[in-house]
Design a protein around this ligand. Structure first.
Ligand SMILES: Nc1nc2c(ncn2[C@@H]2O[C@H](COP(=O)(O)OP(=O)(O)OP(=O)(O)O)[C@@H](O)[C@H]2O)c(=O)[nH]1
Ligand SMILES: [Mg+2]
Length: 332
């Protein structure tokens, strides 16, 4: 994506003066892969890190169709009603799949997208998670410098995206559907372990089913080791479509933040998250970079073919690829 060169002060002043247009341009800068833009983005981030603000970061995840966009529309309006400003970001490394997601999301959030105190930014146009995750993390820093009170990060929960998002937020909310207990089997255990709160959506369709699901989830949660010793994940029911249970979720998050600050977890957690985020994204970026090298992608593809056609042992193929990688690193 071509970004017109603007100097550092253009961005800095624009952000300090709360110009939405400059804010949007700065996000585009963060999402750019061009080396001149990366240099400028890094300089800008360094300057912006000096601005201290008080933004709350909330992550929302759930399988496609669970109602994330509908929930964010209702939840976002609730946040605005409380006199707070909001920025909504999306992390969807598979956004190619939903080619029209920009339009789709804005039409799913018709009221929110018209609100002055709200800014909605769809997923960066990249197809690798490393790129999307870095851009999102940098955009969060921009949001904070701009002074948004809340930043909501939506992820569709494909592959590692929910893990990455959970390392970027203060509170991680999982959306689920009411349904039979069997469904619980299908929920990735890992996602439940990441959640600080669960919202069982679409309860307007069948309240008793939703309550049953809530009980089942609560029982399942007992089996997990809580993320922290001051908070255990809570499951609530509601309807994003009918605006039921939405304000309760914000109250829940507020009480979480209060508890987390009382035990000095809030700030400490952000530091730990930064370190985790660095490691996660580095690992993904390294593999993305390697796959951009022709020799590596050929080697990887050939190994896959051998596994498929010759039934080769995958551990052996991993060893071979690593061996080649190490010998090339020695040469350089
Ligand atoms: N009955 C009912 N329908 C809902 C509710 N919330 C969302 N829906 C419907 O469920 C469908 C999917 O909702 P979305 O908000 O687009 O779901 P999503 O999770 O954002 O989906 P993706 O963007 O594809 O991942 C839409 O037809 C919504 O109108 C709810 O609380 N009750
Ligand atoms: Mg959506």
């Amino acid at each position: 994506m071509k970004v017109i060169m603007r100097d550092l002060n253009y961005y800095l002043d624009g952000i300090k003066q709360k110009k939405r247009r400059v804010f949007a341009q700065a996000i585009t800068l963060m999402e750019s892969n061009q080396s001149t833009d990366r240099t400028m983005a890094t300089k800008l981030l360094k300057e912006l890190s000096k601005i201290k603000t008080n933004t709350l970061r909330i992550g929302v995840t759930g399988t496609p169709g669970v109602g994330k966009s509908t929930f964010i529309e209702a939840f976002g309006l609730e946040i605005l009603k409380r006199g707070l400003s909001l920025c909504v970001l999306a992390v969807d490394p598979s956004s190619k799949r939903t080619g029209g997601s920009i339009l789709g999301d804005k039409t799913r959030m018709p009221r929110l997208s018209r609100e002055e105190n709200c800014f909605i930014r769809p997923s960066p146009n990249q197809n690798n998670l490393g790129g999307v995750a870095s851009a999102t993390n940098e955009t969060i820093a921009l949001c904070e410098a701009f002074g948004f009170d809340v930043v909501l990060i939506e992820t569709v929960g494909v592959g590692q995206s929910e893990t990455i998002v959970s390392t970027m937020v203060d509170f991680f909310l999982l959306l689920l559907l009411p349904g039979s207990g069997d469904e619980l089997q299908g929920i990735k255990k890992g996602v439940m372990e990441l959640a600080d709160g669960i919202f069982i959506n679409k309860c307007d369709m069948d309240v008793s089913k939703a309550k049953l699901k809530q009980n089942q989830i609560e029982q399942a949660l007992h089996l997990f080791k809580p993320k922290t010793d001051f908070w255990s994940c809570k499951a609530m029911i509601g309807s994003a479509l009918n605006n039921q249970g939405i304000s309760d979720i914000y109250d829940l998050i507020e009480s979480y933040v209060k508890c987390s600050k009382e035990v000095n977890f809030f700030e400490q957690n952000r530091k730990v998250q930064n370190a985790d985020w660095f490691k996660n994204v580095l690992a993904i970026r390294v593999i993305d970079e390697l796959r951009d090298l022709t020799w590596f992608s050929k080697l990887e593809d050939q190994a896959c073919l051998d596994i498929l056609k010759k039934n080769s042992l995958s551990a052996l193929k991993v060893q071979e690829v690593i061996g080649e990688l190490k010998s090339r690193l020695k040469q350089d």
